[in-house]
Design a protein around this ligand. Structure first.
Ligand SMILES: C[S@@+](CC[C@H](N)C(=O)[O-])C[C@H]1O[C@@H](n2cnc3c(N)ncnc32)[C@H](O)[C@@H]1O
Length: 264
């Protein structure tokens, strides 16, 4: 995924930064999430499979295939209009709960899980390069059977419910508040039973993003902050940075994929 970055956020500024002026940071509850346009989001980010998403998908496919899980109750948090984290869980899932806050995205997700659009076939084909996924011959029907969409905030997730989970571009992209980003990571990890495999992805250094006519805030997260937020709730953590391809305008530094197991 390649969220459209903030304009004018170039990195060729003066060597001495101007004094920092603290401005109020937009928090999650201040944002009009129902104004999120899933059609525009898919069109920009996922209608064509990008190399960076392919790389991430290959990594999470191999991670979950090697995690020795079967018949798991799985969760994808802040699903938005992206099905590939859910697809990566599919062969191992007795159920997949797609938790999303925005009414517009919930509607889109309910429509998609009953029979997803053709553009997601390219993502499944990448999954199916692995034998564990190829064995699932009809992923579309399987998702319709095991998928369920819930309108739920990451901050209200129940504790220790799911046995595998994904959360993609959520903690970094639901407000401009660092404390909320940290809390979202903690809530996600806390929603998993101890020892559950998870994959989470973050935009690094994002200034915010446009979806259709609306502008959404982000936190300028750095790798060290993600590491620190993960430390309390996870072990066997592996991190991999992905540079966006083709490179987009300035405005974010790249993407960070984190896999590991929850402490619970
Ligand atoms: C940048 S989008 C990421 C969507 C998708 N996971 C992806 O990989 O492209 C951020 C998503 O978080 C959702 N969101 C915003 N506030 C949320 C909250 N409090 N709890 C859960 N999801 C939230 C938004 O509606 C949006 O779908």
């Amino acid at each position: 995924m390649a969220l459209i970055p903030a304009a004018g956020a170039g990195c060729s500024g003066p060597s001495t930064p101007p004094p920092r002026v603290e401005s109020p940071r937009t928090v999650n509850s201040e944002v009009e999430w129902d104004g999120f346009d899933p059609g525009a989001y898919v069109q920009h980010n996922y209608s064509v499979l990008r190399d960076d998403d392919r790389e991430i998908l290959c990594r999470i496919r191999d991670f979950f295939a090697g995690a020795k899980i079967a018949g798991a109750d799985c969760v994808d948090v802040g699903s938005g209009a992206n099905l590939y984290p859910t697809l990566s869980l599919l062969p191992f899932a007795r159920s997949v709960e797609l938790c999303e806050y925005s009414t517009a995205n919930v509607r889109w997700l309910r429509d998609q899980i009953s029979g997803y659009d053709e553009c997601w076939d390219a993502y499944w084909q990448v999954c199916a390069e692995h034998a564990a996924y190829a064995a699932l011959t009809d992923p579309r029907s399987h998702l319709a059977r095991v998928g369920r969409v819930s309108q739920l905030s990451v901050f209200d997730l129940p504790r220790r419910v799911w046995s595998a989970g994904t959360m993609f571009f959520v903690a970094c992209s639901i407000s401009a508040d660092r404390v909320e980003a940290e809390s979202a990571i903690g809530r996600f990890l806390g929603a998993l039973r101890p020892g559950s495999p998870f994959a989470a992805a973050f935009m690094l250094g994002s200034n915010g993003y446009r979806v259709g006519q609306h502008w959404f805030p982000a936190v300028q997260l750095h790798r060290a902050e993600v590491v620190a937020s993960m430390a309390a709730g996870a072990y066997d953590v592996d991190m991999h940075e992905v540079r966006p391809t083709p490179s987009l305008r300035d405005g974010y530094l790249g993407m960070l994929l984190v896999t590991g197991r929850s402490r619970g």
